[in-house]
Design a protein around this ligand. Sequence first.
Ligand SMILES: [Zn+2]
Length: 202
Amino acid sequence: MREGRGWAHCGIGPVKLSAPGSVLHHGVAERLFRCDVIFCCTDTHGSRAVLNQLAYQHWLPTIDMGVRIDATDGQISAMAGRVQMLAPGLACLQCESLLDAEAVRRDLLTDSERQADPYIVGEASPQPAVISLNGTVASLAITTFLAAVVGLPARARRLNYRVAEGIVRPVATEPNPTCIVCSAKRGAPGQGDRWPMFWRRD
Ligand SMILES: [Zn+2]
């Protein structure tokens, strides 16, 4: 979603937390360890990769959400929304091929590294946003949260909102058994501080 480019906020139960800043930085992200649930509303691959990793490595249940709007020459050609819970037993963003490795690498560069990187030309152009779609997806995310936490009778933990058809469909996903992030045998689940994390170094 457009707001909160790389920023994270959460507040559940007795803990109310505001940690203004980018989750790409360790000092900001570590404050999220106090949270019970994280809502990921960021719009960069790097910030999503960090939260995806934390969800499994530190067992921080996270509900990721996003809206995609394709536009050419000012005309919208396609719109879609997605809600996905990231928690042990559920497929992660890496399994779903939703993270661009090159975009993650660029997001993790410091300002000086970015200036020196020969593969970066210009800045990413802002993507369009439609606030009503953001609101729909945010509400679906809250419903997913209520289902997972207080037992609202809704089984889906991954939802696709197909705007053109006006429908929301559940998507069944299975974790990739070889995924380095979410695989219980080979991945990061529960490793906590025993595994290094990737952060921006500035
Ligand atoms: Zn995975």
